[in-house]
Ligand binder design. Sequence first.
Ligand code: ATR
Length: 281
Amino acid sequence: MKYFAVIGHPVAHSRSPIIHQAFAKQFGHEIAYARLHAAPGGFADVLAAFQAAGGHGVNVTLPFKIEAYAICSEVSNRAKSAAAVNTIAFSKGELIGDNTDGLGLVDDLSGRLGLRLEGLSVLICGAGGATRGVIAPLFEAGCRHIRVVNRDVQKAKQLCIDINNVPHHEALDACSYSDLQTLKSSQGFDVLINATSAGLAGQRLDVPDAMFAKSRLAYDMVYAAKPTVFMQQAMHAGCAESSDGLGMLVGQAAHAYALWHGVMPQTAQVYKDLRAAIDGQ
Ligand code: ATR
């Protein structure tokens, strides 16, 4: 039996135990996967106690991904460019950190949603940790141009400066929502991604309707039983397709599973089962 956990605050809502147990079933692995709550400031202690008790690895969720990055003795290039860690493997007493969020997004876009990412231009709304985690994998998957739009445009510009170890990072730039209003109609984006917390407060984003109408897909990193505010906004504006982030959640878990166990699980049925469970609630 191998022991895993997700650490967060809050963490009671986390679907990670269900997803990892479904993956384990595919291979006949025996794992235990717990939800561990850490109070703000308590992440390092919870992590150390789990490691000392014989844990094999943890997933890290909000708000500890940046702290997890700082605490790891070794981190992947992906985690470096994100400056955040969502997966830790305990290896010979060391903490090895990675970030699988962007891989989960790329897999969901190119797998379940069937998008060819080569040459696409992407607009990401928001300049927080969620955005930081996905930029390098999107470029690595072939995206041609990524623009980050944020209310606080300085934060978006800083993010572009920070992410300097990404190939083609010159094709990464930042703007404000008012800049979007003045773009010519020819300057549309193939994919619009919501990485803000606006929807959690029921708020729409100041993205022009014409921009939604021109894009092939509006993708919300958040997931919910009903279409999110961002998805509704996109569909009303005439966007061809919209999706929430449930597939990204399953995808990031699959890559974490592969790091820990050395085998890549199938995600399609796990996604379907989870979708049915969430939508039926
Ligand atoms: P995370 O780490 O999950 O990305 P975060 O660092 O708190 O979270 O970032 C939240 C993002 O949502 C920020 O980009 C924030 O914009 P500002 O930096 O301008 O505050 C964005 N955000 C939150 N509410 C928003 C709203 N109503 N409209 C637009 N952007 C919003």
